[in-house]
Write a protein that binds this ligand. Structure first.
Ligand SMILES: [Fe+2]
Length: 405
């Protein structure tokens, strides 16, 4: 039994790891010996950008169904796209017996100047994408950046997708924050659902950074779809990371470590320690970056009656693990003065009054000006096959309850 448990743990951990291929690997085909040889499925697809951690850096990630040996981003200000960044190539095997191999390409572009627009395409001598463009992140003339923030958007019935694509392409959004749950689920149909989702977001994600948090619908095989398909700054697996943009320090965490413990309990403690350190550093830097915004999939407060964690008096995310109350997030975030907490999972939208310890702090005429407690936003209504909950009356009722406590 012990051996079996160990094996399971080892296999599942292995699945979540990235398998980076050596640059000088031997390929299945050898074009030098026979020009008729080459990769069978070389066309790049599922192209998306992500923020590299500073406005001068951008990640470009894409996928092909065969190993093209190498991959590049050719980019630049002019039509010639005279700069070239080489991608690292990763083999993504999702662990399902019917699935094909996928090759993920990750390149980093550096030296991006704020406000300048660059054209780019991705691929190799065996196939190139269409040409896309992006603009180096720069504060808007009216101040700040515009973020599209949503969670829970599937490949099917993605009711918000058209709006997001249009706003991005017309320059109305600078960055996407997808707060977990995508495709429903990416591993379905031997991961073809994931491919479909990544193709659907490309008309937005190829133009501006598409930043993500992991949700419960990404839990398959220790979040391997999420880990392999996305590239996030300062991290190999994209499950927990932080970055500064303008006046805001963004922190992204996995709430799912608390619920999918068969992948290992230690992930909860590891994240907690990282989070505590990151919050401390962010507080030391408040004079430069005064705001702290967190993003995690599963909320600690909500007004639903669906039995989810946020409906419980002893919410695990809020209060910590059962009995011990270890690793609860509410006190930690409150202690470090987090300003806004972005959540999803509930297929509804609600913005709350500042709240801490189940008590609403809205004692001023302007509850959102210098509030004494964090403001929670649940935004899980981008929509999938699971649809939206509509319950205006319940929301009102629950606020009255909260304010009396
Ligand atoms: Fe969810």
């Amino acid at each position: 039994m012990r051996l079996l448990l160990f094996s399971l743990l080892f296999i599942t951990t292995l699945n979540a790891r990235l398998h980076r291929l050596k640059p000088n690997r031997k390929l299945k085909w050898d074009i030098a010996k026979n020009p008729n040889q080459g990769p069978m499925k070389a066309q790049p697809e599922q192209i998306h950008l992500s923020y590299g951690g500073s406005p001068s850096t951008m990640f470009v990630t894409w996928l092909a169904f065969d190993d093209t040996g190498n991959g590049f981003v050719e980019w630049g200000e002019g039509r010639a796209m005279d700069r070239k960044s080489t991608a690292h190539v990763y083999l993504f095997q999702d662990g399902q017996s019917g699935s094909v191999d996928r090759y993920i390409f990750r390149a980093v572009l550096t030296g991006i100047e704020p406000g300048k627009t660059y054209r780019y395409h991705v691929g190799s001598q065996f196939g190139w994408s269409a040409i896309y463009e992006f603009t180096g992140l720069k504060e808007r003339s009216e101040g700040g950046f515009k973020m599209a923030v949503f969670g829970d958007m599937g490949s099917q019935n993605a009711r918000s997708l058209g709006k997001i694509q249009e706003m991005v392409q017309k320059g109305d959004v600078d960055m996407v924050l997808h707060v977990g749950d995508m495709a429903y689920d990416m591993n379905e149909n031997n991961s073809e659902m994931g491919d479909e989702f990544m193709r659907q977001i490309e008309p937005a994600a190829a133009y501006i950074p598409y930043m993500t948090a992991v949700g419960n619908h990404e839990n398959n095989r220790n979040f391997t779809q999420y880990v392999n398909r996305f590239t996030m700054p300062g991290t190999e697996n994209g499950l927990m990371y932080s970055f500064d943009l303008g006046l805001v320090h963004y922190i992204v965490i996995s709430t799912e470590f608390y619920f999918f413990t068969s992948w290992g309990w230690e992930q909860i403690g590891n994240q907690w320690r990282w989070l505590s350190e990151d919050l401390e550093k962010a507080n030391d830097n408040r004079h430069n970056v005064p705001w702290i915004i967190t993003m995690g999939h599963r909320p600690m407060y909500c007004s639903d009656f669906d039995g989810d964690d946020c409906t419980k008096y002893e919410s695990i995310i809020r209060n910590g693990l059962p009995e011990t109350h270890a690793y609860g997030l509410e006190k930690l975030f409150y202690k470090h003065g987090v300003d806004i907490e972005l959540w999803a999972h509930e297929h509804s939208y609600e913005r709350m009054f500042p709240v801490y310890n189940r008590t609403v702090y809205n004692g001023t005429d302007s509850p959102y000006v210098d509030p004494p407690a964090p403001v929670h936003v649940v935004t899980g209504s981008a929509v999938s096959v699971r649809r939206i909950y509509c319950h205006q009356k319940q929301i009102t009722f629950d606020y009255e309850i909260s304010m009396r406590q």
